[in-house]
Design a protein around this ligand. Structure first.
Ligand code: BYC
Length: 329
């Protein structure tokens, strides 16, 4: 699979003999499944790729709190409200572990935040869609966290030690999140016809964006080949997307919901579902900043950054004072 990904990636890879002796030794360690740790020698490309991916992953966790936060005051019961609050708090924690993992590569958290606010760094396309009804909170848990788990379980085995270790705890927590989402949707599906209809409408809106979360098709994925060679990526975007469809369709059947894809059918020969064409123009448009909520999300994060300036200044002043004190002692 890994070899196949390297072959099908759109970006061409340098042949092994073109690598410097240091680069070859580095690649051999990765091939032997030896984890790369922060103080180990690494190529600049490996470091930059990890900073790009881990920081974007961290930003996704932080921006991902916003569509859910929209429903904290309107959760239907106190129990659902406390569960939602706990979940949102977990996402903040995931952001923190991931920022810390990225910091081990020599980038500061302030720099990563500034890159998000300037639009240089991306975050997951999925969080540019609005949460219009309570059923959307269920869909985020069931589909978005479900997709996140499929994408992130392999990351627990990726080549960079701090990222792999952070992902172990994140995946455990994401498994709870996905179950609570399924529970929200199941309650709606067992409720009144109006509630079931609300769930169906939410599924219709979230299905395709959830499949886009896995990234562009393998034929258009610029980073896949190199990331596969470095074992940052263990499965291709399309392989994981297929896994998502195969896992989710039976769950939708159990709930009595229909997947909004007329071309969806079981392929006996492949032992997998065939599914319809994804509208990649929508994905690229969202990436360019033209999704329904892009501007709103960045504006909210900018405001949070500006509003928190006094607090960061206070922490820094305190830290400087402590350092001066310990030097004087
Ligand atoms: N959204 O060459 P490709 C979560 C970009 S879940 C935006 O295939 P790569 C959460 C990609 O960055 C979500 N951009 O890239 C769940 C690249 O542009 P740059 C976060 C996307 O990196 C619930 C370009 O398209 N999960 O956190 O090999 C609640 C070409 O793509 C997307 C992660 O970040 C997208 N969906 O593969 C709260 C998991 N897809 O960077 C939070 C870790 C692609 O070259 N990340 N792009 O300018 C990954 O596994 C990989 O980075 C991806 C993309 C599979 C996402």
């Amino acid at each position: 699979m890994y070899a196949q990904m390297v072959d099908t990636g759109v970006a061409s890879l340098r042949a092994v003999e073109e690598l410097s002796p240091e680069e070859q030794a580095f690649q051999e360690r990765i091939d032997a499944d030896i984890k790369i740790e922060p103080r180990d020698w690494m190529t600049e490309g490996y470091r930059k790729t990890l900073i790009r991916q881990i920081s974007q992953h961290a930003h996704s966790e932080i921006v991902g709190q916003l569509p859910e936060g929209n429903w904290v005051t309107r959760a239907p019961t106190l129990k659902r409200k406390t569960i939602l609050l706990a979940k949102i708090q977990d996402e903040a924690g995931h952001g923190l572990y991931l920022y810390s993992a990225a910091e081990t590569l020599g980038v500061s958290r302030d720099q990563m935040t500034l890159d998000l606010l300037s639009g240089k760094a991306k975050y997951s396309s999925i969080f540019n869609y609005p949460t219009l009804s309570w059923a959307d909170i269920g869909m985020i848990g069931w589909l978005v966290d479900g997709a996140a788990i499929i994408n992130q379980i392999p990351l627990c085995r990726c080549s960079y030690g701090p990222y792999a270790r952070a992902m172990v705890r994140i995946c455990k927590e994401e498994a709870f999140h996905a179950r609570q989402g399924f529970d929200v949707v199941m309650a709606l599906c067992r409720g009144t016809p109006e509630q079931k209809q609300m769930a169906q409408e939410a599924l219709n809106r979230w299905w395709w964006p959830a499949l886009m979360m896995f990234g562009p098709p393998d034929t258009e994925s610029v980073n896949s080949a190199q990331s596969a060679r470095w074992k940052i990526k263990l499965f291709s975007n399309d392989e994981l997307r297929q896994r998502m469809v195969d896992q989710t369709v039976p769950q939708a059947e159990f709930l009595g919901l229909s997947i909004p894809d007329p071309d969806l059918r079981w392929n006996e020969e492949r032992g997998q579902y065939d599914f319809g064409a994804i509208d990649w123009s929508e994905f690229y448009s969202v990436l360019k900043g033209n999704g329904p909520c892009n501007r709103d999300r960045i504006q909210t994060r900018r405001k949070a950054w500006d509003d928190g300036a006094w607090f960061r200044d206070g922490l820094n002043a305190h830290a400087e004072k402590q350092t001066a004190k310990s030097k004087a002692a």
